[in-house]
Design a protein around this ligand. Structure first.
Ligand SMILES: [Zn+2]
Ligand SMILES: [Zn+2]
Length: 470
């Protein structure tokens, strides 16, 4: 199995490491080292936190794009990113390197599936799988416009500034949490974009915001049309709505702690209207958002085919679950989270119907802290065992006894895709149910041993049964 590749990689890595042992000499040698060594050298420099080297490498990077990709570092993370941004040649290069193409897309996002560069795979535009397709300031749109100008002969080609800087993109995930270091990083980012006088497009695909009101100015600055994932915590509904009108391409939206006065009010109605405009929405999460008996209004505006719906702490009623079970969304959902809602207080039929409806697609189900009792669980089991694609089941913090837990395990053994179950600690392990201090660790250990023995017996020890991670 790939016996021939491993030693080669190790040799390259060794060469990179030995080069980096003398950083100034390595930087000096950058103009002479072969192009093929750049990726390995970059990986080593990133992991070793060689900031000067990283800056120098970005400056002479011999490919069109550079992705941080799967590389990860805890130490001086922002310093490393800043050094790389600093290496970007946002002004026309004095003496560009002899290898031809230079860096056009610097991607600082952590993405385990992304390689360091796409340039070896693609030679024609779009040369990078990650290039921006939305912003008017993107390479794609600017070059399209320039091409049109040339073809149509509009504008005087003589007077076109030949030396103008080529458009570039800086891809970065932004987290507006208000910490000092984040603020410093942001102002560094903004100053770079300003220095570029329009040639550098700051492309943010993943934006997290805590308290919208504290970040008004940066939100004005960003092109929100580029955002694919938006995560908002603590904001007024009217503030959220204003933002929704600008994040038109978002595919994942998560809203948490959004207070509002009434369902009848104008704010809730315009929230629904703008939410309904998000045609690309695939994943939608609401938490700590009161929705009691109102879920039908939400489902009416959401796209009919969605991957994920998460509604924890939404005060859902069993009427809401009925509505969900009858919705078109239910037929497509791959992930569903209804945790921390009292949906089983009246009857559990709506939930059974819902499970039957989602059973064809559901891979991930969370019903943690829903006051599921033994009788509810036994009623729900037949529907649950229909979910043949289920991979993860989380139902911690529910008052279940040991016999019910065993019965659940027996019912789920034929679900071959199931790999992970987070189960509630059975009631007999507590002196007082769900009070952590009264938990008897020995009893819990015995429960785990019993479950493991049962799993082994039915040859399903590939499934990880565990209590809620501490
Ligand atoms: Zn690329
Ligand atoms: Zn963009």
């Amino acid at each position: 199995m790939k016996m021939d590749q491993k030693p080669t990689a190790t040799l390259l890595e060794l060469a990179a490491k030995s080069l980096l042992s003398n950083e100034p000499a390595a930087i000096h040698a950058l103009n002479e080292i072969p192009r093929d060594l750049f990726v390995t050298l970059f990986n080593a420099a990133f992991l070793g936190g060689h900031k000067q080297m990283l800056k120098a490498m970005v400056r002479v990077w011999p490919f069109c794009c550079l992705h941080v990709g799967s590389l990860n570092t805890q130490e001086s993370y922002y310093e490393i990113l800043e050094a790389m941004i600093d290496g970007l040649q946002i002004l026309p290069a004095q003496n560009s390197s002899s290898w031809g193409p230079k860096l056009r897309i610097l991607d600082l996002r952590h993405d385990p599936d992304c390689g360091t560069t796409c340039s070896q795979i693609r030679t024609t535009f779009p040369f990078c799988f990650q290039s921006c397709i939305y912003s008017q300031r993107s390479i794609l749109k600017i070059e399209e416009a320039q091409h049109n100008v040339r073809c149509l002969g509009t504008g005087n080609s003589e007077s076109e500034p030949q030396s103008a800087q080529e458009p570039m993109e800086l891809l970065v995930d932004i987290s507006l949490t208000g910490t000092w270091r984040t603020e410093q990083f942001l102002s560094f980012l903004l100053s770079k974009v300003e220095q570029s006088s329009g040639s550098l497009h700051l492309c943010c695909r993943d934006l997290q915001i805590e308290k919208i009101s504290a970040h008004k100015s940066i939100l004005q600055f960003l092109d929100l049309g580029c955002i694919e994932h938006l995560d908002i915590d603590q904001a007024y509904l009217s503030e959220v709505t204003t933002l929704l009108a600008r994040v038109i391409n978002v595919s994942g939206l998560s809203l948490s702690n959004i207070p509002f006065k009434s369902y009848k009010g104008r704010n809730f109605r315009s929230f629904l209207i703008w939410l309904g405009q998000l045609d690309n929405l695939q994943e939608f999460s609401l938490s700590f958002f009161s929705l009691k008996d109102q879920l039908h209004r939400l489902l009416r505006v959401l796209p009919s085919q969605m991957d994920m719906l998460s509604l924890s702490y939404c005060d859902l009623s069993s009427r809401d679950v009925t509505v969900l079970s009858q919705s078109c969304q239910a037929t497509y959902l791959r992930a569903l989270n209804l945790s921390s809602n009292q949906i089983f207080s009246e009857a559990d039929e709506p939930f059974q119907t819902l499970l039957e409806k989602v059973s064809g697609t559901l891979e991930h189900l969370e019903i943690t802290n829903c006051m599921i009792t033994d009788s509810t669980l036994s009623n729900v089991l037949p529907a649950l065992s229909l979910c043949s694609n289920l991979r993860i089941l989380s139902f911690a913090f529910n008052p279940i006894t040991m016999p019910a837990l065993k019965s659940l395990l027996q019912h789920l053994t034929h679900l071959m895709k199931l790999k992970y179950v987070i189960y509630p600690i059975p009631v007999h392990c507590y002196e007082e149910w769900n009070f952590r201090d009264t938990l008897d660790q020995q009893k819990l250990a015995k429960v785990q041993a019993q479950l493991n023995a049962m799993l082994q017996e039915v040859k399903r020890d590939d499934v990880n049964w565990t209590t809620f991670p501490e």
